[in-house]
Ligand binder design. Structure first.
Ligand code: ADP
Ligand code: TRP
Length: 325
């Protein structure tokens, strides 16, 4: 059994990557790939629980792969693959489902929220956390970087892992730890709520300059007059600016808020420039990735082969533990 750092995370291919996804999941994943063995995947099976559009799924998988590579995922360091390229995950999910109490799934916020949003309550959506547990346990992962909204899913994974080990013997699977960066656990969206595709308040990280900067100009602000001091607490502009600005520039913007005399439009412009500059190297890398048409497929198929090797080892151990072999 391993003791090194085995880092794993998955992202659903469900539309354009936004600043919340970037700081909640991508940036930590890219930083952590230097620190251990990393396994990063595109959760295409999971995406099927909330959208059934084959063409969109294909496009979104491709786009996420390009974007993730653009953001600095290094396939020489991290194993990068599509979840469905490792069908072993389904067998593990089945095994886990036989020790997972219904009550554990029934209390998941994510399931309840999605049903409240009007997504049909199919079995896949209900069993979503079991497949996610299988994703994590299949690779003996011990560190899982995610945004705070995935914390409960990690708790479910740990509960299932403990149950499996209690039932079939210690060491059947490895207990994973979530990595949740507190300062970026919840990135605010353009309207001040949590940034999320489901709220339609996202700021994508890749796209054309003008429309993206225009989105920043639409950030909701209060009606404080230009001359007046502006509130610093709960400021969406400041919260986003902090992600991109140096400490000195951030402190200067705070001081400018407190002093008064500068309108929100100016602050938004500063934020828009800092945001745009920050992603410049990633846009460049992304263009390089796009310039080589076979690159993404080569990376994903090499990643899948490597992931399957690892998956086969774990699955063999689990099959023996539960009596399937
Ligand atoms: P969305 O809410 O837009 O549908 P996802 O649920 O697909 O986003 O999230 C993908 C990843 O990005 C997850 O790890 C999640 O925790 C992270 N994430 C999403 N939105 C935010 C946010 N506003 N702040 C921090 N992390 C986020
Ligand atoms: N549920 C995660 C999300 O919506 C995606 C995901 C699937 C995942 N399997 C995972 C994240 C395993 C971390 C580990 O963002």
């Amino acid at each position: 059994m391993l003791c090194a750092m085995r880092i794993l995370t998955g992202l659903q291919p469900s539309g354009k990557l936004h600043v919340g996804n970037y700081f909640g999941a991508i940036e930590p994943a890219v930083r952590l790939q230097e620190m251990g063995e990393a396994f990063y995947f595109i959760a295409d099976y999971h995406a099927m629980t909330s959208s059934q559009d084959p063409a969109a799924l294909r496009d979104n998988v491709r786009e996420l792969a390009v974007d993730f590579l653009g953001c600095g995922l290094d396939p020489e360091r991290a194993v990068f693959f599509r979840q469905s390229a490792v069908p072993e995950v389904n067998e593990l999910a089945w095994i886990l489902s036989t020790v997972c109490p219904m009550g554990l799934l029934a209390k998941c916020h994510s399931y309840k929220d999605k049903v409240a949003q009007g997504i049909a309550a199919n079995h896949g959506l209900f069993a979503y956390p079991v497949l996610m547990a299988a994703d994590i346990l299949l690779y003996d992962s011990n560190q899982v970087p995610v945004g705070r909204d995935q914390k409960q899913h990690l708790e479910v994974t740990r509960d299932i892992a403990v149950k499996l080990n209690e039932t079939f013997g210690d060491g059947t699977v490895v207990l994973p730890e979530p990595i949740i960066r507190e300062d970026t656990a919840v990135i605010v969206g353009l309207d001040g709520r949590k940034m999320s595709k489901s709220y339609g308040n996202t700021l994508p990280i890749f796209g054309e300059e003008k429309p993206l900067k225009n989105l920043i100009m639409k950030i909701t602000t209060d009606s404080t007059a230009v001359d007046e001091p502006k509130p610093v607490a709960n400021s969406t502009i400041l919260a986003l600016y902090k992600l991109y600005a140096s400490e000195a520039d951030y402190a200067a913007m705070v001081a400018d808020h407190e002093r008064g005399g500068i309108g929100y439009g100016v602050f938004k412009k500063r934020l828009a420039d800092a945001y745009w500059d920050y992603y410049a190297p990633m846009r460049e890398r992304r263009s390089e990735v796009l310039a080589d048409p076979g690159y993404v497929d080569r990376v994903l198929s090499a990643g899948a082969a490597r992931a399957r090797e690892e998956a086969a080892k774990t699955l063999d151990r689990v099959r023996h533990a539960v009596g399937l072999r």
